[in-house]
Design a binder for this molecule. Structure first.
Ligand SMILES: [Zn+2]
Length: 324
C-alpha cells in the first residue's frame, strides 16, 4: 500500500544538504518535545519549525497527528539529525509526541510503515540497532549515540511510555505491525476524552465519585475495561480497583463499537431480548453506531441503536470479552 506523504513543506531547491547519502541506515527519532503532547496541531508546528530552522537540524520525514507523514528533506540525500551518522542515512524519521492513544496508534503504524518502505527502497536490512558502526540496518538515535557519539537516546523512552519495548519495535520493523503489537487495536481499551490537562472522576460501586481519581484518569490516558455496567443511570466501564469510568467521558461517548469475531457481525435484539434475524450482517465487528440510551433487557445491559434494535453491551468495545 502506498503511503500518503504530504510534500507541502519540502525544503527549497537551494536548501538542505546536496550530498547523496550512503545507503547504510534508516534512522528513527522522536521529537522529545513535551509541548507536542496535548497540541492537536503539534505535527504541523514541528514541521514548520524544522523547515524554517533547517540550517540547525532537519530530518527527511516527520510523522504525527494521527498517522500523517510530512516530507522535509529529500530522501536519498544527507539530512542533519544524527551528527556524524548523517552521511550514511538516506532517510531519517522524526515522530511527534501525543497523549492520545488513537493518535499514537496511527502515528506508530505510519512510523513503522515508512521506515520499512524506506529501508526497502535503499536495500537496507530490516534489522534494529544491530552491530556497530558500518553494520547496515534500521537504527535508533540511541544506537547512533552509542556508536558515533552525541547525547540523544530517542526514541525508546517515548515508545516505552506506550508499551512498545525494543524487542517489539524490532518485531514490528521486521514484519510490520501485527495484531499482537501493543500498537494494534485492543477492543477493550477506552481512552479518556475530557479537557486537555484535566481528568475525570471515577465512580465507585455506590455511584459516588472517587476522591482524587480525576488526578489519575487524565484526558488522553487509556484504560483496559473488564466490563460494562449501568452505574446510577449511565453506562460505565469497569477499569479495576472498584473504579467505574463513565462512558460519556471516553472516546466511546455517544456511540458503541462492535466487539466480536473479526469479519463477523452480532445480532441485535428487540426490546424483549429476542434476536432479530439477519441483523448480524449489519452490526459487523469494528463498526460504530450512535447510541445515546443504555437499558437493561432481561438483566442484560443493552445499547439502543435504533427505534427497535438493541446491541448487548457484551458485544461492544470495553466489554472485557476477547473474540478471535
Ligand atoms: Zn533524535
Amino acid at each position: 500500500m502506498a503511503l500518503s506523504i504530504n510534500k507541502g513543506y519540502v525544503l527549497g531547491a537551494n536548501q538542505g544538504d546536496a550530498r547523496v547519502a550512503l545507503p547504510w541506515y534508516v534512522i528513527m527519532h522522536e521529537s522529545g518535545n513535551p509541548k507536542d503532547v496535548y497540541d492537536p496541531n503539534a505535527i504541523l508546528n514541528e514541521v514548520k519549525w524544522m523547515r524554517s530552522n533547517w540550517s540547525n537540524a532537519y530530518s527527511t520525514y516527520f510523522v504525527g497527528g494521527g498517522g500523517q507523514i510530512y516530507q522535509i528533506g529529500e530522501p536519498g540525500y544527507v539530512s542533519w539529525a544524527a551528527l556524524s551518522a548523517n552521511p550514511y542515512a538516506p532517510v531519517q524519521i522524526e515522530l511527534a509526541r501525543t497523549a492520545d492513544r488513537e493518535t499514537f496508534r496511527a502515528d506508530y503504524q505510519a512510523y513503522i510503515a515508512l521506515a520499512r518502505q524506506s529501508a526497502q527502497t535503499y536495500g537496507i536490512p530490516l534489522t534494529l540497532d544491530e552491530g556497530s558502526a558500518g553494520n547496515r540496518g534500521i537504527k535508533t538515535h540511541a544506537w547512533v549515540t552509542a556508536n558515533y557519539g552525541g547525547d540523544h537516546v530517542d526514541p525508546y523512552a517515548y515508545l516505552a511510555s506506550w508499551g512498545i519495548s525494543k524487542a517489539q519495535l524490532a518485531t514490528d520493523l521486521a514484519g510490520g505491525v501485527s495484531n499482537s503489537s501493543p500498537a494494534a487495536d485492543n477492543p477493550n481499551v477506552v481512552t479518556v476524552k475530557y479537557v486537555p490537562g484535566y481528568g475525570v472522576a471515577a465512580l465507585g460501586d455506590n455511584g459516588k465519585q472517587v476522591p482524587g481519581s480525576n488526578l489519575v484518569l487524565k484526558h488522553g490516558t487509556a484504560w483496559r475495561s473488564n466490563g460494562i455496567s449501568i452505574i446510577g443511570n449511565q453506562a460505565c466501564y469497569n477499569i479495576g480497583r472498584g473504579w467505574w469510568l463513565p462512558q460519556q467521558y471516553t472516546d466511546q461517548a455517544g456511540l458503541i463499537t462492535i466487539n466480536y469475531v473479526p469479519g463477523y457481525g452480532v445480532a441485535a435484539v428487540n426490546s424483549s431480548g429476542k434476536q432479530i434475524a439477519g441483523s448480524n450482517t449489519k452490526f459487523k465487528s469494528g463498526s460504530r453506531w450512535l447510541s445515546a440510551t443504555v437499558v437493561k433487557i432481561r438483566g442484560q445491559v443493552c445499547y439502543k441503536v435504533s427505534t427497535s434494535e438493541y446491541i448487548p453491551a457484551q458485544h461492544t468495545r470495553g466489554s472485557g470479552q476477547v473474540f478471535k
